[in-house]
Structure formats: structure tokens, C-alpha cells
Design a protein around this ligand. Sequence first.
Ligand code: ATP
Ligand code: MG
Length: 425
Amino acid sequence: MKLQKPKGTQDILPKEAAKWQYVENFARETFKKYNYGEIRTPMFEHYEVISRSVGDTTDIVTKEMYDFYDKGDRHITLRPEGTAPVVRSFVENKLFAPEVQKPVKMYYIGSMFRYERPQAGRLREFHQIGVEAFGSPNPATDVETMAMAYHLFTDLGIKDITLHLNSLGSPASRVAYRQALIDYLTPMKDSLSKDSQRRLEENPLRVLDSKEKEDKAAVENAPSILDYLDEESKEHFDAVREMLEALDIPYVIDTNMVRGLDYYNHTIFEFITKVDKSDLTICAGGRYDGLVEYFGGPETAGFGFGLGLERLLLILDKQGIDLPLEESLDVYIAVLGSSVNSKALELVQAIRKQGFSAERDYLGRKIKAQFKSADTFQAKTLITLGESEVESGQLTLKNNQTRQEITASLEEIKTDFASLLEKLN
Ligand code: ATP
Ligand code: MG
């Protein structure tokens, strides 16, 4: 029996979790400014919710799904991504109804599961922050959503992050491009990886997304999808570019970027940064105007992105960005003697009840060890409680930085601790 965590998973211990909380709260605050509300969907879905919407020929569906049959013989999969579940929920809860304000803007934060080869920034259980906006075909929605991600990164202090942009156009323009790509790749079929030889038959655009060296070399001079866009697709893409420029958001056009999921059309994008000299995508998304209909809803535009939290934290770390974490404790109570155990409990509870963070000694340790704990917890104020303090009803409060002290009654501490702290600081 293995009593270790499964391969590709992580325990996030409190010190690390503090960073996660900071970044998650930062994202929540950002999304609020853009009028997004949170949605929470199940961690597992019916297999079909994911398979055809993400794409039967994609790596996610063919290789990476954590799927199984449950005790009722239902084909279930842990969710590998957030968009298909949110669209499923949008339709199931009839959020397309006219009385629901459009666009419907929702974000999620949670675990995703993919059976991958674990490496830096690639896990089997990982976490995404994602957003989805439904009901706006306006290119301003594309741009505002990319701007939201861009500012989330730059406001966190991340440097050297590049927005890669492409358009997949309408389904009609994609058909024309697909043929051009087949014509281009077929003569060099033998030089492609086994996977890509298969992709060439099933879904040639997937070859562009391959991470194999030989495939990357083969597609280097592939025809550009931008040359196959129809008028409407071109207009949309031009509008997106103009608005990005108006907002001073730098971008590069990357015509070989197709994204690893089949549901996209028109705008697609990735935010890429360098970690130890190799490219790492932290955030990716785009437009998916056909997906609501696929799930049985009315024709509804959609735009969203998914952002990898592990990768975001990895980059913050690699770039040496210090997050302003609140790590200190308001009060530490040194407890002298087992006879005051119960009084110490009353005191620490009374302080917590007034809204302060407080800790005490539980182990009857020597006073020196207790003061050391206070320093470790970065306690701002120290209180010592022993028999003499209980008898006199008078306690000493010490500012642990300035060493200044004041005396106060037990009653005062229990009822108006805030005023005492003001005197002490
Ligand atoms: P990649 O090309 O790196 O495999 P992807 O195209 O499969 O990424 P998406 O499905 O677009 O990724 O997911 C959006 C984001 O989620 C990625 O940009 C990345 O930050 C994160 N992500 C995807 N897979 C993993 C993973 N296995 N471990 C950690 N983060 C991941
Ligand atoms: Mg992948």
C-alpha cells in the first residue's frame, strides 16, 4: 500500500497556502471590478460533457482524462478544464433566458485533473482560475477579458509577459484553411510524429498544437489561417487588434497557435512568459460562439480564459515577487503555571471575540520558550499571565517591537482591548 500522495499532486501547506489565498483574493477583487460573479460546478461530470465539446481528437480527451464508471455504471470523468462544465451549467440553469442580464459573466477557482507527465508547472491535479462571459459577440468583450487578465498579471508585479493572439475565424473559414493545411502537410507526412500522422487525417489543425520537435519543424512555414478568414472574421479580428492598441496592451500575432481544445472560433490567445529560458503559458482562452448551442441552448456568444494557478505562483516565485502577506499575530499570551490554564483560555477567547488574532501557550513551557514562540508568530503584543496577575487583576501588555509596556486590568482587556492597543502603539 502506498501512503504517499499520488504522482502529480501536491500538498499545499499553510505557509504556501497563504500565497494562494492572496492571489485568489486578488483575482476575486479584479473580477468584481468587471462585474463577474462566482460559479461553482461539480468536480466531476458525465464523460460526454467533456469529450465532444473539448474534442474527441484532442490530447485532453484522448490521453489525459481521469474517467471511470461509477457504481451505477455511469461514465464519469474528473473535470480536466472549466469551460465545458460552466457552459453545461449555463444551459442547464437556463441562464440564456431573456430576463437574465447579458452578458452573463462568471468566474471559477478550482481543481482540474489531467493524466500528464508531471514536471515544473505541469501536474495531474492542478488549479485554474477561469472566467466565462456569455451573450456578447462584441469584440470589446474579447478585449476587455484579455485586458482583465493582463492587468491581473501586471498588477501582481509580473514582468515579461507576452500576449499571443490569433484568430480561428468562423467555422466556414476554418474549412477552407483545413484543406490548405492538409495540402501543405501531406507531402511531408512521413516526417511527422506518429500522433500527428493520425491528426492529419482526423483534425489537421491539431498538428499545429503538437509539442513534438519534428512537428514543430514541419509546421514552421505552414499557411497562415489569417489568409483564410472570411470578411466577417477579418472584421472581428481587426476590431480586436484596434481595441488592444487603444488600451496600450502589447501583443504578438502567432498564426501557428490553435489551442488544445476544439470549441474555439475567432479570437484565441495565450499569455506566455519565460521560466528558466523556456516558454510557459500561464493563461489561455478565446471565443467559443458555438458551445452553448452544442449543449442544447440557443445560439449564444461566449468568451473566456483559464489561468493556471501553479504556474502563476511559479512565475511569482521565479521573478522574486514578494507578496504583501499578513503573517503577524496581534497577541501572544505567555502562561505561567497550570493553575491559570483556565483563566488563560478565558482571556485568549475574550481577545479573539473582539476581533484580534491571538495565541497562547498550551504546554506549560519555560517563559523563554514562550517568548520565542511569540517572536516566531510575529506577535505584536505580549501579555504575561501568572498567579500574581490573576490575584491582583492587573496585567502588563508589552509592545513586542518597541518594548513599551502598559498596565491594564483584566476587565479592560476583556472588554476594550482596542483602546489599550492604541495606547501601546
Ligand atoms: P499546455 O499547452 O501547457 O499543455 P493547455 O493548452 O493544455 O496547456 P489549457 O487547457 O489551455 O492548457 O489550460 C489553461 C491553463 O491551465 C494553461 O495555460 C496552464 O496555465 C494551466 N494548465 C494546463 N494544464 C496544466 C497542468 N497539467 N498543470 C498545471 N497547469 C496546467
Ligand atoms: Mg496540455
